[in-house]
Design a protein around this ligand. Structure first.
Ligand SMILES: *Cc1c(COP(=O)(O)O)cnc(C)c1O
Length: 394
């Protein structure tokens, strides 16, 4: 029955935890609940599980286990990198390079550092959301201590030339961090081959639990600790380990990287159907983000003459869950900083819709969206005096 149908197309906001992941986590709550710092067998068992998860994360990234540190999510990992590298390398310089389209976890931390006297360059992006390597090279100064550029954008899906950025950073001996929260499970990552010094990831974006993430820190990187307290995580990140979360993260990243090819193939097929269908059926529509260099699950549109919020509410009434801008910006009336950065006007940016596919979606879901969405857009436009005028003039 169509009325009861619920279709989740907001996988970039979060994903559900996979059954196999949950099954590995459950005994850690009830029977294997030891504290990894304890010397007894309960503690040793828990420590073994944490070590196993660390190995799984390391393997997925091409890193060493001792280069993986668990955090409470992507936001903490981003905060840790920016503050930790800025404070630890103050004597070397005070300049950080990032982009205008980062997640707020990076942008708001950079703003805080600016208040503390650091200088931050926010690289612009082109209309596809891509940075220019020439801009990057030109912005490097003798004071530059860190380049932090996201792997893939959470709103428009654009994937940056990470390997090339890594090469530039390495040549100039500047640390390179990438927020890969959206990339893990969608893109193949190899921190060594790509010259990545630090990388943030988050469990709930690839079918693991919420509130757990990790930061990869290349051996030898100068970075201060962010969370102080006990000696957990080899003295680098204090606080009793979230053992169930860590176990879940380890299982989820293993599944996500093992299945990456079949996952991508399925998503790309569905996404093509979705994008082609929307562009064909709905006039005055723009596809945001890069046509090819984008996450396999991301479709982001702007529909002229309508308001994204009313579109979302109408879709929700039909059981379709999408998003306008990122989960963090929805609820505010400002258009997304990402859509403004790719050069859209406030007016156009307000009519945006992000649909992000996931492993639980089917071709039938796309058929349903292609049936419902054009009707809703048409109805909302018929209430817009501007649209009536444009139509009348044609
Ligand atoms: C979701 C997200 C984050 C934040 O991760 P949390 O684990 O939710 O704190 C950071 N960066 C990007 C690109 C994201 O999509």
């Amino acid at each position: 029955m169509k009325m009861n149908k619920r279709i989740y197309l907001d996988h970039s906001a979060t994903t559900g935890t996979k059954q196999e992941v949950l099954e590995e986590m459950l005994p850690v709550f009830t029977t294997n609940y030891g504290n990894p710092s304890s010397v007894h067998s309960f503690g040793r068992d828990a420590k073994k599980l944490v070590d196993q998860a660390r190995m799984r994360v390391a393997k997925a990234l091409g890193a060493l286990p001792e280069e993986i540190f668990f955090t409470a999510g992507g936001t903490e990992a981003d905060n840790w990198v920016l503050k930790g590298v800025a404070y630890a390398n103050k004597n070397k310089g005070n300049h950080i390079i990032t982009t205008a389209i980062e997640h707020h976890a990076v942008l708001h931390t950079c703003e805080q550092l600016e208040k503390e006297g650091y200088k931050v360059t926010y690289l612009p992006v082109d209309s596809y959301g891509m940075i220019s390597l020439e801009d990057l090279k030109a912005s490097i100064t003798d004071e530059t201590i860190l380049i932090s550029i996201m792997y893939a954008n959470n709103e428009i899906g654009t994937v940056q030339p990470i390997e090339e950025i890594g090469k530039i950073a390495r040549e100039r001996k500047i640390y390179f961090h990438t927020d890969a929260v959206q990339a893990v499970g969608n893109v193949k990552i190899d921190v060594k081959a790509q010259n990545i010094d630090m990388l943030s990831l988050s469990g709930h974006k690839f079918y693991g639990p919420k509130g757990i993430g990790a930061l990869y820190i290349r051996k030898g990187t100068k970075i201060l600790n962010l969370i102080l307290g006990g000696g957990q995580e080899r003295g680098r990140r204090a606080g009793t380990e979230n053992v169930p979360g860590i176990v879940g993260l380890g299982k989820a990243i293993e599944l996500a990287t093992e299945n990456i090819d079949s996952h991508n193939e399925k998503l790309l097929k569905m996404r093509k159907k979705l994008i082609d269908g929307v562009m064909e059926k709905i006039p005055y529509t723009r596809l945001n983000g890069h046509p090819e260099k984008r996450l396999p699950n991301n479709a982001n549109f702007c529909f002229q003459y309508i308001e994204g919020e009313s579109l979302l509410l109408n879709l929700d009434m039909k059981g379709i869950a999408g998003s306008s801008g990122s989960a963090c910006t929805s609820g505010s009336l400002d258009p997304s900083h990402v859509l403004l950065a790719i050069g859209l006007s406030h007016e156009i940016a307000h009519g945006s819709l992000r649909l992000t596919l996931g492993d639980d979606n089917t071709e039938e879901d796309i058929d349903y969206v292609l049936e419902v969405l054009p009707e809703i857009v048409q109805r909302l436009r018929s209430m817009s005096p501007l649209y009536e005028k444009v139509k009348g003039g044609k």
